[in-house]
Write a protein that binds this ligand. Structure first.
Ligand SMILES: Nc1ncnc2c1ncn2[C@@H]1O[C@H](COP(=O)(O)OP(=O)(O)OP(=O)(O)O)[C@@H](O)[C@H]1O
Length: 227
């Protein structure tokens, strides 16, 4: 699915340069579940942005299903993203004036799914995260955990190949954290998704089959035989 070769991302601000990624090589297979951890500023979000085609490396290649995202035109990159990659962030990023159903429907607009089919798919996605009774609620009328479920439904409604999550439980208390992790893990199993998650949470990191640690832009990979 992913082949990253010698990926470098250099940020320059004035005279200062930071290598947020420094020669990263990483292979991720179809259906893998991978957790990325590391100290603050280590490069976790930058790596996730490369995988999601949200940014391009300074050098190196990020090959996704045979296509190098590093050299793709902006319009082709947008197409790859909207068809294949679902994102979940720490700050749920829901549109406050839209209902849960409408928020999920927004993910199907770029795919030109319209009308009744769009509503039905969005409703089914919300049902799969346990929110069948909350379709007409606005984000402000939902708990933090419920808002994150809406964001997960929005990421998954287009049936992406990959789900990328950046600290998806960072804004939640412990019980909601466990709840959201259960939802994500069961969706991963059910859909055969490739699931890549950034977390600071060592309990979650310990449960991951593959753990990537990133420090000063360099990665180490551990396989966890117990999970
Ligand atoms: N747009 C940018 N411009 C300049 N420097 C940046 C930019 N984005 C990130 N950096 C720098 O790149 C390095 C890696 O940042 P990144 O956000 O990937 O780290 P992180 O591991 O996700 O950190 P955190 O856990 O704090 O979110 C940091 O030193 C950061 O300051």
């Amino acid at each position: 699915m992913y082949e990253l070769r010698d990926v470098t991302k250099r940020y320059t601000r004035g005279k200062e340069t930071v290598d947020a990624l420094d020669g990263v090589d990483l292979t991720i297979g179809d259906g893998d579940r991978l957790v990325i951890q590391g100290p603050t500023g280590g490069g976790k979000s930058t790596l996730l942005q490369m995988l999601g085609g949200l940014d391009r490396p300074t050098s190196g290649s990020v090959v996704f299903d045979g296509t190098d995202l590093a050299t793709l035109s902006e319009s082709k990159l947008t197409k790859v993203r909207s068809e294949n990659i679902g994102f979940v962030f720490q700050s749920f990023n829901l549109i406050p004036t839209l209902t849960a159903l409408e928020n999920v429907e927004t993910a199907l607009v770029p795919l030109k799914v319209q009308g009744r089919q769009r509503r039905e798919r969005a409703a089914a996605a919300l049902e799969s995260v346990g929110l069948a009774e909350r379709l007409g609620h606005l984000p402000a009328e939902l708990s933090g955990g419920q808002q994150q479920r809406v964001a997960i439904a929005r990421a998954l409604v287009k049936q992406p190949k990959v789900l990328l999550a950046d600290e998806p439980t960072g804004n939640l208390d412990e019980s909601m954290r466990d709840e959201i992790m259960e939802v994500l893990e069961s969706l991963w199993k059910e859909h055969g998704l490739t699931f890549i998650m950034v977390t600071h949470d060592s309990t979650i990191a310990k449960r991951a089959p593959r753990l990537v640690t990133i420090r000063q832009g360099r990665i180490t990979v551990q396989e966890n035989a117990n999970s």
